[in-house]
Design a protein around this ligand. Structure first.
Ligand code: GDP
Ligand code: IMO
Ligand code: MG
Length: 445
């Protein structure tokens, strides 16, 4: 028994798309279990290896490693239609899946009518729309909290179809009240009716996956000494409580979310790996203080291929926001930082970094997430770029000096070490610092 064995958490520190999927894939060989704890198909986690690219929405990013147990926890919301599509993409034989992918029966289902409501609410909001991925996330979590939702475990009940139809009718009534015309709706290119048919087909496949109670499954694995990595979706600044509300997602994307989304006691959390981009992006509406307007953003978007993995929408681009990063480190109790996409800034001669905020003419060292002030202006420091390719850099220590200085500046600001740098989308493009704490944690030093 290893009662002191703890689960590590990996999550995003900005507005999502920090490269979490890639980093989980890189770390998976050192873990027995990878577990998703919140969010649903609004997530798009990209993995690139052997010249192929895969985008995962619900299935944990450990799925491509033989012997890794992947768990979809109770805190995740499941759309059987999308899971079915993901399983098709993976093309893993059922007998292998039976040993590598487990789903918690307590996880809530996203009904087609949740997606209908997502579209109806967004349309009604007009200019104030959230910019949702329209995957039904908000409405599904709303039903969960209202205690009217359907869980995967409910599908075993004889009355499931009655319950499904009753909830659907409720949703249809709501959509009608919002003047939303169901005939104008297309869900992944399908009419509501066709989507619903495919949804029920997917449900049979989802029901065939091994079902567990995530809290028992994870805690027993830890007791037996297994290494567990909890994989976050979205990012800290999209957290329902601590993000830029109401322009957020509908779950807790932070470390505490791993506790409730898997059934882990706070004392069972070990290291917290915070992933961030060397700059910032955001997809959807809402405040973005360090956003670059105009052509500058187009340059960064093209260099970084900043288009949504789930919706294909262009991502808004901007400079690194250190006060916001420090806030995310605090909320999550981050112990190790992982920086991605430094390669994207390679061709820039100078960079800007936000180091403080000016409020009513006064410079303050606070996060933009902690003030209601309207007159909030980022204070930038301009620094030299590295202005060279990272393609041939083989070790962390060989990184160009301006990039090492950039890393030191971040570490000094947030007081947490940067242990890993990702220099490209491929699994192999990764540099771990010599002597980094993460190496010890993974028993690599
Ligand atoms: P996630 O949602 O946090 O998993 O991130 P996404 O997959 O949505 O977006 C990250 C994008 O950047 C994907 O296209 C990745 O393949 C890519 N990516 C990840 N790390 C790096 C990196 O270090 N450099 C570059 N150029 N691309 C990266
Ligand atoms: P990954 O896991 C980036 C954003 C949406 C929108 C807001 C609410 O790939 O990092 P929702 O569909 O949840 O109601 O949308 O949150 N959003 C994401 N942005 N990456 C994601 O996930 C996101 N998931 C949701 O664009 O602004
Ligand atoms: Mg993504």
């Amino acid at each position: 028994m290893s009662e002191n064995n703890k689960a590590d958490v990996l999550l995003g520190l900005q507005w999502g798309d920090e490269g979490k999927g890639k980093i989980v894939d890189v770390l998976t060989p050192h873990y027995k279990m990878v577990a998703r704890f919140q969010g649903g198909p609004n997530a798009g986690h990209t993995l690139v290896f052997e010249g192929k690219k895969y985008i995962l929405h619900t299935i944990p990013s450990g799925i491509f490693h033989k012997g890794c147990v992947n768990l979809v926890g109770n805190g995740v919301v499941l759309d059987p239609f999308i899971i079915n599509k993901e399983l098709d993409q993976l093309n893993i034989p059922l007998d292998v899946l039976q040993e590598s992918l487990f789903v918690c029966g307590k996880a809530h289902l996203i009904l087609p009518s949740h997606r209908l409501l997502d579209a109806a609410f967004e349309k009604k909001k007009g200019n104030f729309k959230i910019g949702s991925t329209l995957k039904g996330i908000g409405p599904a979590y709303t039903d969960k909290v209202a205690r009217t939702g359907l869980r995967l475990t409910d599908t075993a009940s004889e009355s499931f179809e009655d319950k499904y139809n009753a909830l659907k009718q409720e949703h249809l009534r709501l959509a009608e009240g919002l003047d939303f015309d169901i005939d104008e709706l297309r869900l992944d290119g399908l009419t509501f009716h066709d989507y619903e048919k495919a949804w029920f087909f997917g449900l049979e496949r989802l029901k065939a996956l091994p079902r567990v109670q995530s809290e028992i499954f994870v805690n027993e694995a830890l007791d037996k000494g297994a290494r567990v990595l909890a994989e976050g979706a979205q990012g800290t600044l999209l957290d329902i409580d601590f993000g830029s509300y109401p322009y957020v997602t509908s779950s807790n994307t932070i470390t505490a979310g791993a506790c409730v989304g898997l059934g882990l006691a706070p004392g069972r959390i070990g290291e917290v790996f915070g992933v961030f981009k060397a700059y910032c992006t955001r997809v959807g509406s809402g405040p973005f203080m360090t956003e670059i307007r105009g052509e500058g953003a187009d340059v960064l978007r093209d260099l970084g291929q900043e288009y949504g993995s789930t919706t294909g929408r262009p991502r808004r681009c901007g400079w690194l926001d250190l006060p916001a990063l420090k806030y995310a480190v605090m909320i999550n109790g981050v112990t190790r930082l992982i920086m991605t996409k430094a390669d994207v800034l390679c061709s820039m001669k100078t960079l800007k970094v936000c180091v403080a905020y000016e409020i009513n003419g006064e410079e303050k060292n606070i996060s933009p997430l902690t003030t209601d002030s309207d007159s909030l202006n980022p204070v930038y420091k301009e620094i030299a770029g590295w202005n060279c390719t990272l393609d041939n850099v083989e070790t962390f220590e060989q990184l160009p000096q301006p990039l090492l200085d950039y890393i030191s500046m971040i570490e000094d600001f947030v007081n947490v070490p940067v242990d890993i740098i990702s220099t490209g989308a491929d699994r192999k493009q990764i540099l771990i610092r010599k002597g980094a704490g993460i190496l010890k944690r993974l028993s690599l030093s």
